[in-house]
Design a protein around this ligand. Structure first.
Ligand SMILES: C[S@@+](CC[C@H](N)C(=O)[O-])C[C@H]1O[C@@H](n2cnc3c(N)ncnc32)[C@H](O)[C@@H]1O
Length: 349
């Protein structure tokens, strides 16, 4: 793995809702001594040795026994196994300039035992852990919660599918308690977030939402607008909140008409969102920039495929007029009888 690939993997891991940790495999062998020898031959730890950039980095060695049938449920190996491993790899480890730190080392060296189709031991360097503080935005920890809050792992995944980058402008036109925008702020703290919500303050308190951002030391919302996102004047306020720029991403979870009412006689929310995007594009005030993404949920009404006929999604003609294409759709089961689609659109012109 070259360093730019491992840098990318490290960055991706740090913002992932579903990956626990990633590792770079250094060597595999049937003894600890051989593991170390191969690692030395390939200079896999040169940065921790004299003259290396991480010469003074603290480190520790951990052994994890992964074959449950042989080792039982606990993945942790006995301390005696870690001692055996460090003794077997002395030739390599004694070259490191940094101190051993068992609690919070700069460098974590792992030996996995019991991986299928591998030699007895696999020596790895940990690249990174997945997003650790995701539970900090869980609805149970928040001051403002609606009756349909998104789970943190779902909201974080939406932010990642939108490929949020530094200083992105992010809009939720059906914001509720702003789960999507909290996730955006967690994943990419430099994002400018704007929410539009039409429910009154007794149901969705903007003060509490702002407190939810403040207590977590997240970048404050750039805009929190009370009103109907179908209304041009309300969308203009959203655009003003980002100094007249265009949004790079729209993350949203509109009402499905199941636990939360949709307006009777009106098209489904996503169809209305596209109508708004077309309206703005045709009046020369883009809501979404070219290359920007919309990540949204829509209900599954019992069919396996959403088609234009079911009209939860914008029609082909609407997508063409909006300059937007459907990139992907994934089905997410919610319980035994209910599922929804996560749909991904990209603005192409
Ligand atoms: C499914 S909830 C969003 C929940 C949100 N993701 C959360 O975690 O709290 C949909 C929200 O959209 C709001 N809403 C519905 N139609 C709207 C519209 N046309 N403009 C603005 N907000 C709207 C509803 O009041 C509701 O709070």
């Amino acid at each position: 793995m070259n360093s730019s690939l491992s840098d990318l993997l490290t960055e991706a891991t740090k913002r992932s809702a579903h990956v626990r940790s990633t590792f770079k495999v250094v060597s595999e062998a049937d003894s600890f001594e051989e593991l170390a020898e191969i690692a030395q031959r390939s200079n896999s730890f040169a940065d921790l040795e004299e003259g290396g950039v991480n010469y003074l980095a603290s480190w520790c060695v951990r052994v994890r026994q992964l074959d449950r049938t042989r080792f039982g449920k606990t993945l942790r190996s006995p301390l005696s196994r870690e001692r055996e491993a460090t003794a077997g790899m002395t030739n390599l480890l004694q070259k490191f300039g940094g101190k051993v730190n068992l609690r919070n080392p700069d460098e974590m060296i792992y030996i996995f035992e019991g991986l299928t189709a591998r030699k007895k031991f696999v020596l790895c360097r940990k690249l990174a852990d997945g997003l650790e503080n995701m539970s900090s935005i869980a609805p149970t920890t928040r001051k403002c919660v609606t009756s349909t809050p998104l789970r943190p792992s779902v909201a974080v995944s939406m932010a990642n599918i939108a490929k949020l980058q530094k200083n992105f402008n992010v809009l939720d036109p059906y914001a509720g308690s702003c789960s999507t925008l909290l996730a955006a702020a967690l994943v990419e703290p430099t994002c400018k977030t704007v929410g539009i919500e039409r429910a009154h303050g007794g149901i969705v308190s903007f003060m509490k939402i702002q407190e939810d951002f403040a207590v977590r030391k997240f970048t404050p919302l750039s805009g929190l607008i009370r009103g109907d996102s179908r209304d041009i004047a309300i969308r203009d306020k959203a655009i003003e909140a980002i100094s007249g720029e265009e949004f790079d991403a729209i993350l949203t979870d509109p009402p499905y008409g199941i636990r939360e009412k949709v307006d009777e006689g009106c098209p489904p929310p996503l169809v209305e969102l596209f109508q708004s995007i077309i309206e703005d594009r045709e009046r020369g005030k883009r809501l979404l920039r070219v290359g920007g993404r919309i990540i949204a949920f829509c209900p599954n009404r019992g069919e396996d495929d959403l088609t234009d006929k079911q009209s939860e999604l914008p029609s082909k003609e609407q997508m063409d007029r909006a300059g937007i294409k459907l990139v992907a759709m994934m089905k997410q089961p919610m319980n035994e009888s209910l599922s929804r689609w996560l749909v991904v659109f990209e603005c192409i012109e």
